[in-house]
Design a protein around this ligand. Structure first.
Ligand code: ARG
Length: 462
């Protein structure tokens, strides 16, 4: 018989069990479910709602069930619907009557919200550690290639030279914001829903502060209806996860481009590349492509949950059972991507001669225009002069660096020997010497900032 079977006269149809059971995916929450139940039972005992002995029997029984599950000894029963009722059923089978008191003053509605919050708190911290690893890989690439120049692009057309380290640190910044977004999401996940009961609270004299303390929650949900209806924290998590995937996907895309023969900026390690079953010469950047490809799944998870929630009246509705698979899928996908991107980045080899060569030529045009502007020509006119110069070069099959001073001077009398000295990617980056610029001095400051961020994080974790 079902745990809720009292008012029912007929057996549940097997197809119904198959359709609405969630045990095949919410079994993942067994640790949280047991920890939550132990805290609840402890509080019930302390408040005299059940006896101390009953509370102890419950807690001990739950510990044993936990050990059994971890040892692979437990087979869950789909007819018991979900992880909550499976564990309650196991408990009652194991300890008898006290087990039947566990659900006093509680509902699966506040229980499931609790489990999901506890699960996400743990996973957010794990993801932050993985993000840190990726940031470290980016930082190390920046550190060990500090004087390498490469073209920066807009519209995927060569634009202006930048330091490769500057480019790596741009991603560091993106993942830094992601890290902070997760911390922010953690704050709103760290709110105890237990005590809301089914929706209206409970008639038992419970102590929610005590449960929050036992489970390490820093806040308590202030409205019982909201406590069981709220999945904002999960939406926020999925939004943060989606944005991390956007960043990973953009990085992946750059690596696909950079490792092409046409660019040849980087060579990926054999250990993180694949071959072709037919073309013997191929070395494919599968990691970067798959990360790019998996991004859609996580967006899907976000949109799925938003859609589940949008039409729901307060409070709990069974639709909300659909929240978990989206969250689990996003966690798994994101973890998998972060775990593989970090070593792929750290083992990637840069080809500095190739990036330097690509960073010269017309990518230096802005520097010459700036030169004329510094000599007093309004920038818009300087731009025009350079446009003509570039066109002249194209017509004559030349690069800017190959022009003589006479040729330059025929476009503007303001050009002199100093202008020729500007015509290298190194000179170009050197001049962008202000906060946030790509000059080596500024990039060194960014590096120091990044090192400090990671060092502070390590200290916090210890
Ligand atoms: N398996 C359910 C879920 O994941 C647990 C809560 C069920 N509550 C209920 N009243 N049916 O949402």
């Amino acid at each position: 018989m079902k745990l809720w079977g009292g008012r029912f006269q007929e057996e549940t149809d097997g197809r119904m069990d198959d359709f609405h059971s969630s045990i095949h995916f919410d079994r993942r929450l067994y640790r949280e479910d047991i920890a939550g139940s132990i805290a609840h039972a402890t509080m019930l005992g302390e408040c005299g709602i059940i006896s101390k002995e009953e509370a102890e029997a419950i807690c001990q029984g739950l510990e044993e069930i936990l050990a059994d599950i971890e040892a692979g000894k437990v087979e869950f029963d789909p007819a018991a619907e979900d992880i909550h009722m499976n564990i309650e059923k196991l408990l009652t089978e194991q300890i008898g009557d006290p087990g039947r008191k566990l659900h006093t003053g509680r509902s699966r509605n506040d229980q499931v919200a609790l489990d999901l919050r506890m699960y996400l708190k743990r996973e957010i911290e794990a993801l932050q550690e993985l993000l840190t690893e990726l940031q470290r890989a980016l930082l190390e690439q920046a550190e060990s290639n500090q004087d390498v120049v490469m073209p920066g692009y807009t519209h995927l057309q060569r634009a202006q030279p930048v330091l490769f380290a500057h480019h790596m640190l741009a991603y560091f910044e993106m993942f830094q914001r992601d890290y902070e977004r997760l911390s922010d999401c953690y704050k709103r996940t760290d709110v105890l829903p237990l005590g809301a009961g089914a929706l209206a609270g409970t008639t038992f004299p419970i102590d929610r502060e005590r449960v929050a303390e036992l489970l390490g929650f820093s806040q308590i949900a202030q409205n019982s209806l909201d406590a069981v209806s709220d999945r904002d924290f999960a939406v926020e998590f999925l939004a943060a996860a989606s944005l991390i995937m956007v960043h990973l996907s953009r990085l992946g895309e750059e690596i696909v481009i950079w490792s092409s023969q046409e660019f040849g900026f980087v060579e990926l390690s054999d250990s993180f590349s694949t071959g072709s079953s037919i073309m013997p010469q191929k070395k494919n950047p599968d990691v970067a492509e798959l990360v790019r490809g998996k991004t859609g799944r996580v967006f899907g998870d976000l949109v799925a949950l938003l859609t589940v929630l949008k039409g729901l009246p307060l409070a709990y509705n069974k639709d909300m059972q659909e929240d978990k698979e989206s969250v689990f899928d996003a966690v798994d996908t994101l973890k998998g991507c972060l775990e593989i991107m970090a070593p792929m980045i750290s083992t990637m080899k840069l080809r500095p001669e190739t990036t330097r060569k690509a960073a010269g030529g017309f990518a230096l045009a802005t520097d010459l225009a700036d030169f004329l502007a510094k000599r007093g020509l309004p920038f818009r006119q300087a731009h025009e002069v350079l446009g003509k110069l570039v066109y002249h070069c194209i017509q004559n099959g030349k690069q800017l660096e190959e022009l003589s001073l006479e040729e330059l001077a025929s476009f503007s009398p303001l050009f002199d020997g100093e202008a020729l000295g500007l015509l290298s990617p190194e000179a170009s980056v050197e001049l962008r010497d202000h906060l946030g610029g790509t000059a080596p001095r500024q990039v060194a400051k960014q590096l120091a900032r990044a090192q400090k961020i990671l060092a502070g994080r390590q200290e916090k974790q210890q």
